[in-house]
Design a protein around this ligand. Structure first.
Ligand code: HEC
Ligand code: HEC
Length: 286
């Protein structure tokens, strides 16, 4: 669900007031801070500069993500899930393998898209240059970006044609990989483990419900879905399956996930196939 627009003026106002009380950065020295502010991002032909992102960060992001980027902005107490702590440099939406840093483009896309079912709105009204500068500014909060290179994006083979065999194979994979343990046999986020899940910071977290027409946080195209379960959502119990699912089989999984979507969803083909096949939900006791 989207944040109702009405809330925005309130949150923006809060962010603005917060910037007036400038908080000094205790953890790192001035020299280190200056060095980090030299951080760049590269997105297509754009080069983002951290120092140019600082002002927009204070204007638009600080109310949630905090002056130090630690996720403790003054609105953080009111919202769930909590804003990301950028000092850790652990991100949900990545094209790169689990445990590695995302690419600049991943962060750029996330900022434009926002994170559905959270208070993180889409920032695509800001210009591409502003978003590239914000990517660099976000990176300046964590020393990881000075020591590590982003991971290599996974290779995604061209999307094959949807067939009955593929939807069926996807169902078998959903069973075998035990997606149902969290997501439930019908994809309703009610598997046996669902109620007990917590994120890396020990906060309760729910699996994604495939059946109610909401959009995944990290994108809703077929390619996005493919990338999501192959790279996992770092910092959450949603694992990476890149070591267990072969590239071509991953497409079967995408088609099966689509078949779980509600009538109102844009893609009908997979659901129609599942219906014709009389495909039953996977079984918790195979
Ligand atoms: C109203 C609060 C709010 C504001 C304002 C906000 N964010 Fe967020 N942001 C969040 C929340 C909440 C999350 C975590 C959502 C989740 O984990 O599902 C998040 C997560 C993120 C992430 C992590 C995505 C990932 O892959 O893990 C990035 C990057 C980000 N925000 C950037 C920004 C930038 C840049 C701005 C300012 C232009 C901004 N946010 C403003 C609430 C906010
Ligand atoms: C151990 C529990 C667990 C297992 C097993 C699991 N998931 Fe998840 N999954 C989650 C949780 C928790 C989330 C929600 C993360 C969030 O909202 O930040 C999630 C989210 C997702 C999302 C949506 C991500 C987004 O961007 O919002 C997809 C797609 C997904 N899972 C697919 C799968 C598939 C396919 C499998 C099996 C191959 C699987 N999951 C196995 C726990 C699990």
């Amino acid at each position: 669900m989207r944040t109702p627009l009405l809330k925005w003026p309130l949150l923006m106002g809060a962010a603005f007031v917060f910037t007036l009380s400038s908080v000094s950065r205790a953890q790192i020295t001035k020299a280190e801070e200056d060095q980090r502010l030299g951080m760049e991002s590269h997105v297509g032909k754009l080069t983002g500069h951290a120092k140019d992102g600082a002002m927009n960060y204070r204007r638009y992001c600080v109310g949630c993500h905090g002056e130090l980027g630690d996720g403790n902005g003054e609105n953080a107490q009111w919202i769930d899930p909590k804003p990301r702590d950028f000092e850790l440099a652990i991100f949900k939406c990545r094209s790169t393998l689990t445990g590695t840093l995302p690419t600049d483009e991943d962060l750029f896309n996330t900022i434009g898209r926002g994170l559905d079912r959270s208070n993180m709105p889409p920032w695509n009204p800001l210009s591409a240059q502003m978003r590239a500068d914000l990517v660099a500014y976000i990176k300046h909060f964590s020393p990881r970006w000075e020591k590590e290179k982003p991971g290599t994006p996974i290779q995604i083979p061209a999307e094959p044609e949807i067939t009955a065999d593929r939807v069926k194979a996807g169902r078998e994979l959903f069973q075998k990989m035990e997606c149902w343990k969290c997501h439930g046999v019908t994809g309703q986020a009610n598997g046996p483990s669902a109620a007990t899940l917590t994120d890396d910071l020990n906060r309760p977290i729910l699996p994604f419900n495939f059946t109610e027409g909401s959009r995944p946080k990290c994108g809703s195209t077929d390619v996005d879905l493919y990338r999501i379960f192959m790279t996992g959502l770092d910092g959450t119990p949603m694992p990476s399956f890149a070591d267990n699912i072969k590239p071509d089989e991953a497409w079967d999984m995408v088609f099966y996930l689509r078949s779980l979507e509600p009538e109102s969803a844009a893609t009908h083909k997979e659901r129609d196939i599942a219906k014709q096949l009389g495909l039953k939900p996977v079984s918790p006791n195979p």
